[in-house]
Design a protein around this ligand. Structure first.
Ligand code: FES
Ligand SMILES: [Fe+2]
Length: 388
């Protein structure tokens, strides 16, 4: 049954889910070298178009050059460290720091220094260009890595994903951007990630939202460090959604994208370590985990829906983050599997500090808990236990 994953064992000690020193090691040894979603290529179509974003400690931006090439830089002026750009927009004439107005080319080179002769004996412009970050594009999405020379190059990180491709496009007006939501989860980022790749819980915790997705009815497939998920409830080709979730979405009146009557593509794509893509007949979601501290994780979800529709997210969109403490009813009555997951993850996190907490056996199977060890191997590859 489980041919693609090894029989799973818990590899990470429980302290790695609560400990501040371990979290700092993850920050430096993993996240500082990790790929993260920045924006769609559509958002920066023209020369000079830019988009700024934060990732952990990093202030970054992507910009399209006059040559059409997308580049990524740390948003840090080489003079005194001011952010040179903010938000998104167009800066085709070049980049001007708002503080003392040093200017940079779109390729990052330092172009001019105000009052250079009067104020500076010598400024070696060639060595004061903006610091580069690594950048890559995949199926209309732009990903950035704060390290200019990442441990996993972009092509190897996203290796073989084409075998699991989805048909959604950002450049043909079939889907439109709806907006973003932030969930504030009181758990370690790995507790959430491991829950997200745990096929064993689906048919039980989510029986009212996802249905009978028992271990033989769903499957994860490893793709390098990443994993992709399918429902195999219907027999025939694996599909992106469960029977019950499809019924709920269709009954809610959410329209399907034309041509998505069947959805023979993955429903969840976990891009190690912090990005989750969710293609579906009702839209497309990009979720970014933002580890805030060892026991707080934000998840920022960007959503797209068929053009002209509102999408199927059945949580009211509050102004601020979604928190369990703000819910009116019980999480199990929310009708929302994300809320159900948050509830469980917080219940686990509260127990991780107990001296009585011990990991039990993991359920074997590609539709059970085998992907957890696959994930933990990658964490340890970046942050070895004996490397502190
Ligand atoms: S900090 Fe940018 S010009 Fe001084
Ligand atoms: Fe779940």
């Amino acid at each position: 049954m489980n041919t693609e994953f090894k029989p799973p064992m818990q590899l990470l000690p429980k302290e790695t889910y609560t400990d501040q020193a371990w979290f700092e090691r993850e920050r430096r040894e993993l996240f500082d070298r990790s790929w993260t979603y920045a924006c769609t290529e559509q958002a920066i179509v023209n020369p000079g178009d830019f988009h700024c974003f934060r990732f952990m400690d990093h202030s970054l931006f992507v910009v399209r050059g006059a040559d059409g090439v997308i580049r990524a830089f740390h948003n840090i002026c080489r003079h005194r460290g001011c952010e040179v750009l903010e938000g998104s927009g167009n800066t085709a004439e070049g980049i001007t720091c708002p503080y003392h107005r040093w200017t940079y080319q779109l390729g990052g080179e330092l172009r001019s220094v105000t009052n250079e002769d009067e104020c500076f004996e010598v400024v070696t412009k060639a060595s004061l260009g903006l610091n580069s970050a690594a950048v890559g594009t995949y199926r209309g999405m732009v990903f950035v890595n704060p390290s200019p020379d990442p441990k996993d190059g972009f092509d190897s990180w996203i290796a073989n994903m084409d075998d699991f491709a989805w048909p959604h496009r950002f450049d043909d007006e079939s889907i439109s951007y709806i907006g973003e939501m932030v969930y504030e989860m009181h758990c370690n980022w790995k507790v959430f990630y491991e829950n997200a790749i745990d096929g064993y819980h689906l048919g039980y915790l989510h029986d009212k939202t996802l249905g009978k997705l028992y271990p033989s009815k769903n499957v994860w497939k490893p793709v390098g460090r990443n994993v992709v998920w399918y429902s195999i409830e219907r027999g025939g080709e694996p599909q992106s959604n469960s029977i019950l979730s499809a019924e709920i979405a269709d009954d809610s009146g959410a329209p399907r994208l034309p041509g998505h009557e069947q959805a023979f593509y993955p429903g969840v794509v976990m891009l190690f370590p912090l990005t989750i893509l969710s293609p579906s007949p009702w839209g497309f979601y990009v979720s970014k985990l933002e580890p805030v501290s060892p026991e707080i994780t934000h998840m920022r979800v960007y959503s797209w829906a068929p053009t002209g529709s509102r999408g199927r997210m059945n949580v009211e969109r509050p102004d601020g983050p979604v928190r369990l403490s703000d819910l009116k009813g019980h999480p199990l009555d929310s009708g929302n599997f994300q809320i159900e997951d948050m509830w469980i993850c917080e219940k686990i996190q509260r127990n991780l500090r107990s001296p009585n907490y011990k990991f039990g056996p993991l359920a074997d199977g590609a539709g059970a808990e085998a992907p957890l060890m696959h994930f933990q191997e990658s964490v340890l590859d970046y942050v070895p236990i004996d490397g502190s």
